[in-house]
Design a protein around this ligand. Structure first.
Ligand code: FAQ
Length: 330
């Protein structure tokens, strides 16, 4: 199983002969689908990769509240407002489960937030794109949550116990998010000509950024081979991107929307859709901080962190007082 994965995903992974006794034992546990728990021995690289991936995911959930939060006050009906409010609150909850999972690896939530704010940790590229009108909220739910679920369902089987358990709950909620997005798109796409135009415009702007969410193509992915050998990742970036395209094309057809890719076509031989790759130079620019909303997103998070300092200080002072009282009573 291990050998097969290394073969299918590339180089850069230690062979069994190169591993220490501890590493071999660890790899055997992973290969046997045993969950790795916080107090178990793990290679330092496994711990670091998990912190990077889980924290990046947590930051994405938190920053991901901003583009949709932007439309809570302007939702077209009270019902849509209540649904969107609940969805955005769910994203905050996902961030919290994931920060908790990362904390079990020996890093604090404060440190993780500081790394987000100083730019040494990333969040998903998708949240650096603006939500310009209500149709964008439909496109985010349908395409962005749709891509997120495609990536996250397999992560329920990831080898690290706390991460895998967090993903189970997150996936249940993400399914509802995807449905609510599709419902908005259905209303818009079957509405007035102007609403249909808005739905198509949102689709045009979100299609390629959604494809970028899965990460660079397999030949350029830095971490996939090792992450798959450790079952931190279950599928490659390209496998999941292909599954997403195959799932989304019929949904777009049902809506009567056109996917903005003239080369998209069903391939009888492969049993999959052929499609155009996103513009990877745009992806790397967004990662470098040069996307349309990078500055705005980080400023919003920095302001929230600074404005919340008095709450954190108050809670710490309260906790210290209680601890001192408890010690005095003993
Ligand atoms: N954005 O070697 P790989 C959501 C970086 S949750 C930014 O292939 P890996 C819910 C990558 O970090 C969305 N950076 O990396 C929601 C690495 O750089 P580094 C988030 C990206 O980790 C919906 C470099 O490129 N989901 O949306 C991206 O093996 C609606 C090389 O890449 C997760 O985080 C990107 N798209 O594979 C919330 C899921 N892609 O760190 C609100 C868990 C790659 O060495 C509203 N994460 N990079 O400096 C994963 O599955 C993986 O981390 C991948 C990337 C697949 C994202």
């Amino acid at each position: 199983m291990y050998a097969q994965m290394v073969k299918s995903t590339g180089k850069g992974v230690k062979s069994r002969e190169e591993m220490t006794e501890e590493e071999r034992h660890f790899q055997d546990r992973v290969d046997a689908d045993e969950k790795i728990e916080p107090k178990d021995w793990m290679p330092e690289g496994y711990r670091k990769t998990l912190i990077r991936q889980i924290a990046q995911h947590a930051h994405s959930e938190v920053v991901g509240q901003l583009p949709e939060g932007n439309w809570i006050t302007r939702a077209p009906t009270l019902e849509r407002k209540a649904i969107l409010l609940a969805k955005v609150q769910d994203e905050a909850g996902h961030g919290l489960y994931l920060y908790c999972a990362a904390e079990t690896l020996g890093i604090s939530r404060d440190e993780l937030t500081e790394k987000l704010l100083d730019g040494s940790m990333k969040y998903s590229s998708i949240f650096n794109y603006p939500t310009l009108n209500w149709a964008d909220i439909g496109a985010v739910g349908w395409l962005v949550d749709g891509a997120a679920i495609m990536n996250q369902v397999p992560l329920q089987r990831t080898s690290y116990g706390p991460y895998s358990r967090a993903m189970i709950r997150i996936c249940k909620e993400e399914s509802f998010h995807q449905r609510q997005g599709y419902d908005i798109m259905m209303k818009m796409a079957k509405g007035t000509p102007e609403q249909k135009r808005m739905a198509q415009d949102a689709m045009n702007r979100f299609w390629y950024p959604a494809l970028m969410m899965f990460g660079p193509s397999d030949k350029d992915s830095v971490h996939s081979a090792q992450s798959m050998a450790w079952k931190i990742k279950i599928n490659t970036n390209d496998e999941l991107r292909q599954k997403f395209v195959d799932q989304t094309v019929p949904q777009a057809e049902y809506l009567g929307l056109t996917i903005p890719d003239p080369d998209l076509k069903w391939n009888e031989e492969t049993g999959h859709y052929d499609f155009s790759e996103p513009d990877w130079s745009e992806f790397y620019e967004v990662l470098k901080g040069n996307g349309p909303c990078n500055t705005e997103r980080l400023e919003a998070r920095r302001k929230a962190w600074d404005d919340g300092a008095w709450v954190r200080d108050g809670l710490m002072a309260h906790a210290e007082k209680r601890a001192a009282r408890r010690t005095a009573a003993e």
